[in-house]
Structures are given as C-alpha cells and as structure tokens.
Design a binder for this molecule. Structure first.
Ligand code: FES
Ligand SMILES: [Fe+2]
Length: 348
C-alpha cells in the first residue's frame, strides 16, 4: 500500500516501541503492532510480558480482561493464561488441554522505552535496537524525559516521511521552531544498513521565533545544526546543536545548547499508528517549558499526517504519483530500505 508496493504494509521483523517503560506496570495494556493484537503487562517480579491479545476461545481482547497475579483471566468466559501463554484454567470444565495457549512475543526495556517484536522470534536480536550511546542517552550528560503519546489516525509511513524530510520545519512549524533555512540549506545525508540520516548546518541565520521570544536562543541570529537519524523502520533520533554565530562580539562560535528528541513511530493497523515522543536535555533546561513549546509542534505534524491520510482516502488509499524534488532524497532512501525489509520477509 502507498507509499509501498501493493500488499506491503510494515515489516514484522523489527523492534517497535509499544510504550514508555515506566508507564507499564502490573496492569494490562492493549496495543496492536502490525495488525498483531498484544496484551502487555509487567509481572509481579517486574519482567515485561507480551501475549497475543486475542483470546483463542471467542476472540475477546485479553488486554480488556483481568490480571490475577501473573495470570490473565479472560473477561468473557474466564479462560486463564499464564505469562508463558499456556492456558491454565477453563472454568467450565476440569480438563485444560496443553495445546490451548496464546503466542508470546519478545519484549525488552531499552532506554526510556518498551519494545516488542511481532515477527519471527528467533530473529529478535537486542543488538538491533538503537545503541543508547549513539542516540545520546549515554555518555553525553543528557537526561531523558518522556513527553507525549498519541494514537494517530494515519498510516505510520506518513509520520516517517515527515521525519525523513525536515524541510517541512520552515512551513508547517514556521511560527515555532522552523525558519526558511530549514528548507533552503543543503543537507548532509548518510545511509548504512537499517539507517538513514539528514543534517543541515545553518550559519548565522535568524533564530526560530518561539526560541528567541522565550530567550532560549539569546541572539537575533544563531548557528544551528539540525538533523534526524532514523533507525528503520520507525525510530528517529533528532539532534539540535546551537551556538553563537562566528561574528558574535563576546562569544564567537561558543555553544549555547544541544539536545536530542526521539520520535518513535509504530505501525498498528494499515491506517493507524502510535507516536511516542521524548527528549534528552542537560540539567539547565526547563523541561516543563519545553513540553509546553513542543506539544503544538507535534500536534502540527499529526495534523498534517492525518490530513494527508484523508486526502489519500479520496483515492482509495492509492494516490497519484508524487512530485519528487531534491529534498526527498532521504525519504526515498528510507522508504526503499523499509520496502526491502518487507521484501526480505515475503521471500522468507
Ligand atoms: S472469549 Fe475468552 S474465555 Fe471466551
Ligand atoms: Fe515536524
């Protein structure tokens, strides 16, 4: 399906963020990952569990059922399933066949997130997760803060496309974090297996309106490096580094701030997805002010993506060919690599 080949939706052999780890406790959480229903919870000993979320009796959602200790008791006719997926009780009969069970899925905590894998379990290698040092959560003195979770009514690739092409900052976020240079400055692009990135180094250009008004960027003009490192298929680590311009009389070229932002995009169904947003900043940053500033920015990205989904719907989900320009290079490559992941799965 658009923008992939007909029949291609999302890779299954991938780690996807299904929640902020600290928000998952001893209570059932329902998620759908690439059309796979999950019932997620933390056992009494703190370990995470991801069970298939469809009760195999009459398809009731196990995530809308109850936990009894570490056992999930279906809310419809009371079948009970242990954390290994084994059915351990059927209230209407004495015998519980060993063959009655639900599938379990690999689930890990890594950074601020819980990640699940709904593809072939033997391929669920934790080494495929984004390295914490590489995304700035280790060794840089930055502190992670979770920010927003949204369930979004659009196909996940629209939010990936949004993050692959930051030239939209100049327009969609033109009143907040973007300036014209976010579109006009050439990009430095990097690609390697499972990864693409784009970086723009903007010199002595006007400070973004909100940042300047709040005094976060103290000078009228500023040097900014802004980029996005995308770990396919759905985790994006944004980098911003800000410095005084080289012609500043008191502090030429000196750093002002740097931070990371994390966008996790998880395909749920073909036309819905989850969006988790988090940041990492140093201890001088007012995190609540940042949350207030960034909430409308994320809302603008969601607005654009949902509107595009509605537009695509007018064409039964397969719109006419897009106009491609130079700034689409990163998105074209990112899409190509995600399609290749799906092609590899289809070939087994
Ligand atoms: S649907 Fe779950 S026990 Fe019947
Ligand atoms: Fe955006």
């Amino acid at each position: 399906m658009y923008p992939f080949k007909p029949g291609s939706f999302a890779p299954k052999n991938a780690w996807y963020v299904i929640g902020f780890a600290h928000e998952i406790g001893h209570a059932l959480v329902g998620r759908t990952v690439v059309n796979t229903p999950l019932a997620i919870y933390r056992k009494e000993n703190g370990e995470l569990v991801a069970l298939n979320g469809r009760c195999p009796h009459r398809h009731f959602p196990l995530a809308k059922s109850c936990l009894e200790g570490d056992v999930v008791r279906c809310g419809y006719h009371g079948f009970a399933f242990g954390p290994d997926g084994q059915c351990v009780d059927i209230p209407s009969q004495e015998h519980t066949p060993l063959a009655y069970r639900v599938q379990t899925y690999p689930i890990v905590e890594h950074g601020m997130w819980a990640w699940a894998w709904v593809g072939e379990a033997e391929k669920a290698d934790p080494a495929l997760l984004p390295p914490l040092a590489e995304i700035g959560l280790e060794g840089e003195g930055l502190i992670g803060h979770t920010m927003f979770f949204h369930e979004v009514e659009c196909r996940y690739q629209l939010l990936n496309d949004n993050l692959f092409d930051l030239s939209h900052l100049a327009f969609l976020h033109g009143t907040s974090i973007g300036t014209a240079e976010n579109a006009s400055m050439p990009e430095e692009l990097v690609k390697r297996p499972g990864f693409v990135s784009s970086m723009r180094r903007i010199k002595d250009a006007p400070s973004p309106p909100i940042m300047h008004a709040l005094g976060i960027y103290p000078t009228e003009t500023i040097d900014r490096a802004m980029g996005m490192e995308s770990y396919l298929p759905g985790f994006h680590s944004g980098i911003t580094e800000v410095a005084y311009p080289a012609n500043h009389p008191q502090a030429p070229g000196e750093p002002i701030s740097r931070n990371r932002v994390y966008h996790s995009i998880t395909p749920a169904t073909p036309r819905t997805c989850y969006y988790h947003f988090a940041v990492a900043v140093d201890e001088t940053v007012n995190v609540e002010q940042m949350r207030t500033n960034l909430a409308p920015v994320i809302d603008e990205d969601i607005f654009a993506s949902v509107e595009i989904e509605k537009m695509i719907d007018l064409y039964d989900g397969e719109p006419p060919r897009e106009l491609m320009v130079r700034s689409d290079t990163n998105a074209v490559e990112g899409r190509r690599m995600i399609q290749a992941m799906m092609d590899a799965e289809a070939q087994g």
